[in-house]
Design a protein around this ligand. Structure first.
Ligand code: ADP
Ligand code: MG
Ligand code: MG
Length: 888
């Protein structure tokens, strides 16, 4: 029988941190904190399976759930000495969602549940504070109506603004009990008016509708999108936490706050947090009031005037600091905490592994190794390889003159330039049109996530370092400035007022997420220094790694960038790009359009020195590291003009009739070029092309070796081989050229001839092909296309539908299809090595830079992965993690 409910409280808990799959992250950690003896209000967790069960049974809650929740509530009542729905000492509860992984802002929490027209009186009486009771009730009504009944919170905000204006109050905290009571009656009236039903008074009804709402939110459009973006399966479901309330809004000795045990932006080992006195729940995150720093050091650093928690509530602060240390030591990681102080007493409401910038992640990992808390391998394993991308963001050149037009908090590092847009929709549109924009908002909410994704950077005029915009931007790795109080956003007239300037939609600004500054116009940027903590972690990664990491580079600039990122060779140099440059395309066209082999040889002779100098450059930059060069792959018609104007122009330049040229172009037309006259097929039809390329490679190898003193062992790769006889034929041409170049130069050259495995037939016949091939490189782009029979260029029309309908989980062109394509790679690797035990095996498709695919490559024992230059650090780290995991 399934156990649906796990209780916690009074120093005991039925669950623990490792139960997060069942209890969700929040519930599991509440249980763990309880067991550690920390002050946690008692509660219960409805397991995430109940959510899946709810959907599988036509939105019905499991039978046994009611009883188990009732039993849990009894236990909470016993611990608190209060009763749910009681009219003298009412127990109030919060209903909190909590999935296995944190989904920021996806599900909203309902606080103060259990209040109604009777219990509010009892609460005020019991606390001796009627203002507090009515403040709690109005919060409850607003949250409940919004989250459970679906009435937009703006309706309530308008009423409150109206009341405050009427009463002449500036702050929410200025309202008295009677004034709140009046607000409450207006809230209830507007609910009846808008929804045609009264606000539910029965606490049981309130509770079960709230539980249903949490489950319903799992299927909300926002949550579904988030899951798609983050590959979270629907069946995980969300848990529901029901917890006794503690109150941060009980006057000036009460407060609520959030904290990180270390600085989440820089990683510095200092407690970092924000809090608000006499506040509740998400006031801090919502940015309604500007929060205060919890530490004195933090207050001074950010120039805040209002006192820190350290000063204001020294005892609660000391206890909190102690708990922070305890939790960090227990979890051996930086924690993100939520807490409330009720009349001087500290209560812990949440802990989890804190989200951090990549910079902070590196710093924390390095510091924790230095302190002996974690090992070097653990440090390496903790960094998300994909997040290294953040470090590659440009920053503002320190030498430029900054024209500062505003400033806020540096919420997410890196600088970004773009035109101002005021809505998420505009940002999404701009991205589709290839325009770079900065999303400017008063504050962001989960509805803005798409726009944030689409924007280069985000600027808000309200909110703190833990506001929605700040948290989400850090997670996405996009530059962000929040709480730019020196700027004002006039949403009605769509204007952004800065210091001495008024900006409109489309005006270009630059935000500096590392300093919090907002600058006018576009500003010069520089690439970051990849040393320090990054260098340390990468050093450890390189030591743990088994596979080597090469790069896909066609140009000297790519090769140089890749070397600086630590590439250990070139795994794929595509030669076709070289023929598109400058006047080469002209010579290339002469070659293709030549009537005879002699004509082709004349043109090829002109291409030879150009091609040779390309290779000499690459070999020189790579200084003896392996370089794999792929022979010409694409069908020839790709080099020919297409439109009538282009054809006329080329024909004139070549002194031939446009009609004749059109004829030649048409003759080369193919119905399905992806499966047409390309790869080694081209080499077999026109061996003189291979001969020119091979000669260029060998002569360049000799030149570069003479220049650098480092021997070059070129690896020549024959594309699209399906038959051993194809490879035999092409290899024979290469060997002939090698023999003659060696004869001419009087110098020995070592070289390898291998093939790409990019056709299922090649994978299956690998043992035979390996008799001729000295290495294999898995061309997983084509191998995915040919295995699925899906053209990558056309797949965008249906892959998203497949994902939405649950037909496939991942796009196989992004993350390798382990079951099918992966199986072919495994077969080819095994069979290839049966024939040639020391055969070098590598991967050179897009997948070579994808962490999950790199893990797969480790498990089947490939020798190297090759990826685009900017992904080299990601691949180095992912390869290290895979090796560490494989060692156990
Ligand atoms: P989220 O996942 O959005 O952070 P939470 O469930 O953590 O949502 O709730 C948000 C905030 O609500 C908490 O940080 C805390 O301030 C407040 N809260 C939740 N439960 C309680 C409770 N039992 N007592 C007091 N405050 C609570
Ligand atoms: Mg929230
Ligand atoms: Mg929380």
């Amino acid at each position: 029988m399934t156990k649906w409910v796990y209780t916690f409280g009074g120093g005991r808990a039925e669950g623990r941190a490792s139960d997060y799959e069942r209890l969700g992250g929040k519930g599991a950690n509440l249980a763990e904190m309880c067991t550690l003896g920390l002050p946690v209000p008692p509660g219960l967790t409805i397991v995430a399976d109940a959510c899946d069960n709810y959907y599988k049974n036509g939105r019905k809650l499991p039978e046994a759930l009611k009883g188990e929740v009732a039993a849990g509530l009894l236990q909470m009542e016993a611990i608190t000495g209060r009763r749910f729905g009681d009219t003298s000492k009412p127990l109030l509860i919060s209903v909190r969602s909590g999935a296995r992984v944190s989904m920021p802002g996806m599900m909203d929490t309902v606080l103060n549940l259990g209040l109604n027209d009777q219990t509010v009186q009892a609460l005020g009486h019991d606390a001796g504070d009627a203002r507090f009771a009515w403040d709690s009730y109005r919060r409850f009504i607003q949250m409940y109506a919004d989250v459970v009944m679906g009435l937009d919170h703006e309706v309530f905000e308008e009423i409150l603004e109206d009341e405050k204006a009427h009463l002449g109050h500036a702050l929410d905290t200025d309202l008295s009990a009677v004034e709140w009571q009046h607000v409450v009656s207006r809230y209830k009236a507007v609910i009846e008016e808008e929804l045609g039903e009264a606000f539910p008074q029965d606490p049981e009804v309130q509770l079960w509708r709230a539980v249903g709402a949490v489950f319903a939110s799992w299927m909300s459009a926002r949550a579904v999108t988030y899951r798609l973006l983050h590959n979270i399966p629907e069946t995980w479901g969300t848990a529901v936490n029901i917890q006794a309330m503690v109150f941060g809004n009980l006057g000036n000795t009460s407060a609520t706050g959030v904290a990180f045990t270390r600085n989440p932006s820089s990683g510095e080992n200092e407690l970092y947090g924000e809090f608000l006195v006499n506040a509740q729940g998400e006031d801090v995150v919502a940015g309604i009031r500007t929060p205060q720093s919890i530490t004195e050091a933090g207050r001074i650093a950010s120039g805040l005037e209002r006192p820190s928690m350290e000063k204001l509530m020294p005892e609660a602060f000391a206890e909190f600091r102690h708990i922070c240390r305890q939790l960090e030591a227990h979890y051996r990681d930086m924690q993100d905490l939520e807490f409330t102080v009720e009349r001087g007493t500290l209560w812990m409401l949440q802990t989890r592994s804190g989200k951090r910038t990549t910079k902070a992640a590196l710093r924390i990992a390095v510091d924790m190794v230095a302190d002996g808390v974690i090992t070097e391998d653990e440090a390496v394993s903790r960094i998300d390889p994909a997040s290294l991308d953040q470090l590659l963001h440009p920053t503002i050149d320190p030498r430029v003159n900054r024209e500062v037009i505003g400033s806020g908090l540096p919420a997410s590092p890196g600088a970004a330039t773009g035109a101002i847009v005021f809505t998420a929709e505009e940002a999404v549109e701009a991205e589709a049109e290839g325009r770079k924009v900065i999303l400017v908002r008063v504050e962001t909410s989960p509805e803005d996530i798409h726009g944030m994704h689409a924007a280069e950077g985000v600027l808000t005029t309200r909110g703190g370092m833990t506001s929605h915009a700040a948290v989400v931007a850090r997670g996405m790795g996009i530059p962000c400035v929040v709480g730019a109080g020196t700027m004002r956003l006039d949403t009605r007239n769509e204007r952004l007022m800065g210091i001495g300037i008024t900006l409109q939609r489309g005006d270009v600004i630059t935000i500096d997420g590392s300093s919090g500054q907002v600058l006018k116009g576009e500003v010069a940027m520089i690439q970051p220094e990849l040393s320090g903590d990054f260098g340390r972690i990468m050093g450890w990664a390189d030591r743990s790694r088994r596979m080597t990491v090469r790069t896909n580079a066609d140009t000297p600039a790519d090769a140089r960038a890749a070397r600086s990122f630590g590439a250990e060779g070139i795994g794929l140099c595509r030669t076709e790009h070289m023929f598109f440059e400058g006047d080469r395309i002209q010579v290339m066209r002469e070659m293709i359009l030549a009537e005879s082999e002699e004509g082709r040889r004349v043109a090829l002779a002109k291409l030879l020195p150009m091609q040779r100098s390309d290779f000499t450059h690459l070999f020189t930059i790579m200084h003896g590291l392996p370089v794999t060069i792929r022979l010409l792959d694409p069908p020839l018609h790709e080099f020919l003009p297409k439109s009538d104007e282009e054809i006329a122009e080329v024909a004139a330049a070549m002194g031939m009739g446009a009609a004749l040229l059109r004829q030649r172009v048409d003759a080369l037309h193919e119905f399905n070029p992806m499966l047409g006259h390309r790869g080694c097929r081209l080499a077999i039809s026109h061996p003189e092309i291979v001969e020119m390329q091979a000669r260029a490679i060998f002569e360049a190898a000799i030149d570069a070796a003479r220049e650098t003193g480092a021997a070059v062992v070129p690896e020549i790769m024959v594309p699209l081989v399906g038959l051993r006889s194809e490879l035999d034929y092409v290899k024979a041409r290469i060997d002939e050229v090698a023999a003659s170049v060696i004869g001419e130069a009087g110098m020995r050259i070592d070289y390898l001839v291998g093939t790409m495995i990019e056709l299922p037939r090649a994978a299956l016949r690998a043992h035979v092909i390996a008799e001729a091939a000295e290495f294999f490189s898995f061309g997983t782009n084509d191998l995915t296309q040919t295995t699925f029979g899906m053209s990558r260029d056309d797949a965008a029309a249906f892959i998203p539908t497949y994902q939405r309908k649950g037909i496939i989980e991942h796009d196989p062109f992004i993350s390798l299809d382990f079951d099918g394509v992966g199986e072919l790679i495994r077969i080819a690797a095994e069979r290839g090595r049966q024939t040639r035990a020391d055969m070098k095996l590598g991967i050179c498709g897009e997948h070579g830079g994808d962490p999950a695919s790199i893990h797969f490559c480790e498990t089947i024992g490939l020798d190297y992965v090759s990826c685009s230059p900017f992904r080299v650090p990601i691949a180095r780290l992912a390869a290290a993690q895979a090796a560490i995991k494989a060692r156990g």
